[in-house]
Design a protein around this ligand. Sequence first.
Ligand code: SF4
Length: 319
Amino acid sequence: MDSILRLLGLVLVTLALLNLYYFRRWKRPVSVNYHFTRRCNKTCGFCFHNATTSYMEQPDQAKTGLRLLKNAGMRKINFAGGEPFLYPKFLGEMIDFCKEDLRLESVSIVTNGSLVTEKFIKKHGSNIDILAVSCDSFHEDTNIEIGRGSGNQVPQLYKIGVWCRQYGIKFKINTVVCRLNHQEDMNKHIDVLQPFRWKCFQVLIVAGENDSSSTLRDGRKFLITDQEYQGFCQKHSRQKSLVAESNRLMAKSYLILDEYMRFLDRDGRQPSAPILQVGVRKALQSVYWDEKAFKDRGGIYDWSRKEGSCSEVNQGLDW
Ligand code: SF4
C-alpha cells in the first residue's frame, strides 16, 4: 500500500512539474493588436493591411474574444484597422468594455486621424490610454502623394494633440519612413506637438499584402535603404520621444489579431484558427510570433494614462 501511495505521489509531483514547465514556456499574449476591420477611408500606397474583406465580428462575439485574451494574459489592447474610427459605435463599445469590464492596463487606438471627433473623445476618452495618429509628412502634397491626405491632415493632427492633452490621453505619432518623406525634417513640428512617443517605422513589405502589382497595394516603389532610414533617424535624434523601428525589429514582433479574431503568422504561413473556435492558447501555438523581438523593441513600456503605472516598464526606454 505504501509503495502505491509513494508511486502515486511521484506521478502527481511529475505532473505538477510538467504543468509548471509548460505554463512557464507558454507565450502569453501580453500586448495584442486587434485589426477589427480592414476597411479604410484612405489609400496609402504602402498599406499592408488592406481591405481584402469587409468582415467584422458582432460586438458580443468580439467581447467574448477579448475576454478570452484577457484570461490568457493580455494586458494591453490596441485597436487598429483599416481605420477604426469608421465604426465609432463599435470602437467606443470595445474601449469601454476593455477598460471598465476587463480592467486592462492599457487601451490604445491607431488611427489616420481624419474621423476623430472631440465628441468621441469626450465620451470615451477616460477609457483611452493612448491615441496614436499616423502622420507621414507635414507637407500636404506629400500626404496626398502617399494616399493619406486630402489636404487637412496636419491641422487635424494638431487638433487631436490638443484634445489628448485636454482629456488626459497619451498622444502618440506614428510615421512610416519611405521614399517620399525620408529627406523631410520634421523636428519643428515634433517640438510643438510633443508626442509622448514618436514611432518611426521603416516602410515594410508584407508577402501577399503589398508586395506586387497584383496585390491591392504595391509598396515596392516606396522602399528605402537601411542607410536612408538611418539618415532620417539621425536627423531627428534629438527628439526624446523618437522610437525607431527598422524592418528587422518590426516584421515579426507584433501580435496581430485579424478581423476574424485569428492570429496572423509572422513567418508567412496561414493564420491561426479563430480564437473563438479553438481558444487563445491553441491559436497562438499554431503561428510564429517573435516574443523576444517584441521585448527587444521595448514592447512593454509605460502604456497607461497614469504616469509610471506599468509594473514592468522597460528599462531600456528613455522616458
Ligand atoms: S490610413 Fe492606415 S489603414 Fe488606411 S490605407 Fe493608410 S496605412 Fe492603410
